[in-house]
Design a protein around this ligand. Structure first.
Ligand code: A3P
Length: 325
């Protein structure tokens, strides 16, 4: 039997088991052996009961804001440096471990009735996330917000313009989406980020390899935008959260914003910031036609997937497939 100082021992261990370099965190309370050595000071209750996974630009911030109005629903704390999403399951944060993750959540006052959640909109289409999320949060409910992928792509392009991305500033949206394989890499990267997440069925199938369909809700993002109270009723039912919260009273349509906002006392509205619900011109009809063609099969895949699961079809999907025939 041989031993070594801790760091060398670790190096030796990972030489022998290189596949374990990349951890897969599980809930310590789901395994007796882990629970026994888990500090008495710690709890496994500071973990989300559900995740809003995105994709980006579909209305995830509005859903997040509306959810937090519910008295029994609490979001993760914002990231201390970015004031934004936790993004635990995607990039380098995952290697910071579950204590780091748990610190983003409050201690629930009542584990069975409190609903803690987090929203990270790039979880939806990031390859590693479903496997990691299911290892730590096997019972979590998963909410994906979907809009017409052509509109999502256009919103992403506008978002990148607002963030001064040179590829978006120097090219029209039509040039971006129709860019051929010999185009400059930054243009191809923008095309990929505009169109890639819109292959909705492929991304959902990856989630469904790790979660049962009963734990997945596809939220119609177009309906969330036009009739959020109706959507929030469905979301509450899916989550099984009580008491029932009346979003018809809590929300109001703000004419100048052109979106639904939180109703404050005195009839004032608290809307999302300027970066949500941007004003820009309509998509050019020829670009719309190009994208309808580009997404037709991918939207058909989504139709087949949702039909197979017996999940309702978003209105925009029906319309898109009818208009594209
Ligand atoms: P645009 O700014 O392109 O219109 P996300 O929060 O996932 O990034 O999505 C942003 C999109 O949410 C906005 O895209 C907007 O269309 C949509 N949205 C839906 N409901 C909204 C609301 N009540 N207030 C602001 N934006 C909303």
């Amino acid at each position: 039997l041989q031993t070594l100082p801790p760091v060398q021992l670790a190096e030796k261990y990972f030489q022998i088991f290189p596949e374990e370099r990349d951890p897969l965190w599980q809930n310590p309370c789901h395994d007796k052996r882990h629970k026994d050595i888990w500090s008495k000071e710690k709890t496994c209750d500071r973990l989300p009961k559900f995740l809003v996974i995105g994709p980006q630009k579909t209305g995830t911030t509005a859903l997040h804001a509306f959810l937090t109005l519910h008295p029994a629903i609490t979001s993760s704390f914002p990231h201390p440096s970015t004031f934004e999403e936790v993004q635990f399951f995607t990039g380098p944060n995952y290697h910071r471990g579950i204590d780091w993750y748990m610190d983003f959540f409050p201690f629930p006052s009542n584990v069975s009735t409190d609903f803690i959640f987090e929203k990270s909109a790039n979880y939806f289409d990031t390859e590693v996330v479903p496997k990691r999320a299911a290892a730590l949060l096997p019972r979590a409910k998963i909410l994906a917000v979907l809009i017409n992928p052509a509109d999502r792509a256009y919103s992403w392009y506008q978002h990148q313009r607002a963030h001064q991305d040179p590829a978006a500033l120097n090219h029209t949206f039509h040039q971006v989406v129709t860019a051929g394989p010999s185009s400059p890499p930054e243009l191809l990267a923008l095309r990929r980020r505009s169109l890639g997440p819109g292959a909705y069925a492929a991304h959902l199938e990856r989630w469904l390899r790790h979660y049962p369909p009963s734990q997945l809700l596809v939220v119609d993002g177009a309906l969330l935008r036009s009739n959020p109270a109706l959507v929030m009723d469905g979301v509450q039912k899916f989550l099984g959260v009580t008491p029932h919260f009346n979003y018809t009273q809590a929300l109001m349509y703000d004419e100048s914003k052109g979106f639904w906002c939180q109703r404050l006392e005195g009839g004032r509205a608290k809307c999302l910031g300027k970066s949500k619900g941007r004003k820009y011109s309509d998509m050019a009809p020829e670009t719309r036609a190009y994208l309808t063609g580009h997404f037709r099969e991918l939207n058909m895949d989504l139709l087949r997937l949702l039909s197979r699961l017996g999940h309702p079809l978003p209105g925009w999907l029906r319309e898109e497939l009818q208009s594209g025939r």
